[in-house]
Ligand binder design. Sequence first.
Ligand code: SF4
Length: 392
Amino acid sequence: MFFDMRRHTHEVKIGKLRIGGTNKVAVQSMTTCSTMDTEGCIEQCIRIIDAGAHLVRLTTQGTREAENLRNIKAGLIERGYGDTPLCADVHFNPNVADVAATIVEKVRINPGNYVDPARQFKELEYTDEEYAQELKRLDERFCRFLNICREHNTAIRIGVNHGSLSDRIMSRYGDTPSGIVESCMEFLRICEREKFPNVVVSIKASNVKVMVESVRLLCKEMEKEGMDFPLHLGVTEAGEGEDGRLKSAVGIGSLLIDGIGDTIRVSLSEEPECEIPVALGLLQAAGVQRTKTEFISCPGCGRTLYDLQDTIRRIKSAVAERAKHNPRYATLKIGIMGCIVNGPGEMADADYGYVGAARGKVSLYRGKECVEKNIPEGEAVERLLQLIDSEQ
Ligand code: SF4
């Protein structure tokens, strides 16, 4: 089932990482400390990488921060973390992007503020000539940046944010998904013309509907113009705790189900490494990647024949323990069902099943086949593990 319907994209090289094509969906996060705080950044990067990230982004406000990326990179190499690429996050100053492109593997720029003047939040009128002039200025400046990236094998991310569209785009398209998409397409057309393929694209918004609609529209527009750039997905300012996780799951998850998305970031107002397990869980829930054992369990009802919640806890903890030494466990789907009525049917695609057979009695399944009947409940978890272990 995995990747069956995945949108076709070309592969982008980011140092040793590959994004797009048939590569796994990459997971990333962003440091939160000042990029001038070398030690702080190194430590945060290590925590993010240890949590399972494939790429780490660092905010890069000015040339000083861009230059300091060199020290951060050196520190990471020294501690054995040099293989994970870094991405400089640049706004407002194309000169900073130029410097960063000579140091790290990827640079993110924001079309809304790359060369267009800072947004005035006024309704500005642009004549066709003025509009064309700004586009020409953008084109020239961006081409200089692309040449630097080409020379250093640096990838770029064209990262549009709903909240920072330029006055120029707003004057023509307003605050709409079409405006968001056009803001992106202007840059992508230049990349195509300049034959610069090492580009990942993102459109982010804090409004989940706007984000999903805009990304779907971007995919259509790219397809119309024969482009297949990979996509980075994320919901900005998603918040923290359950709210942030739900917003990200709905936004990123909807697109993953569509087969869209080559790298994701779950933005949370928490420690950055907390984003990674959520991102990995989201990929698993969307059926994109299996990163850990998957459990299917019923909610329980009046028919439940054993202590469902306690049993789920015991099976999960025993499986987690075994998974540390046996990678096969991470590939399994295990069903835990309170009774026989719906149990076997609902967990039909599970590899193994634990199903209530009678009060205090459990049956074990391999796929759809019942392999052990009416085991006393006290022994059933251990027997399930023995059954799995016996089939290595
Ligand atoms: S599988 Fe059985 S116990 Fe679980 S919810 Fe369905 S009917 Fe109830």
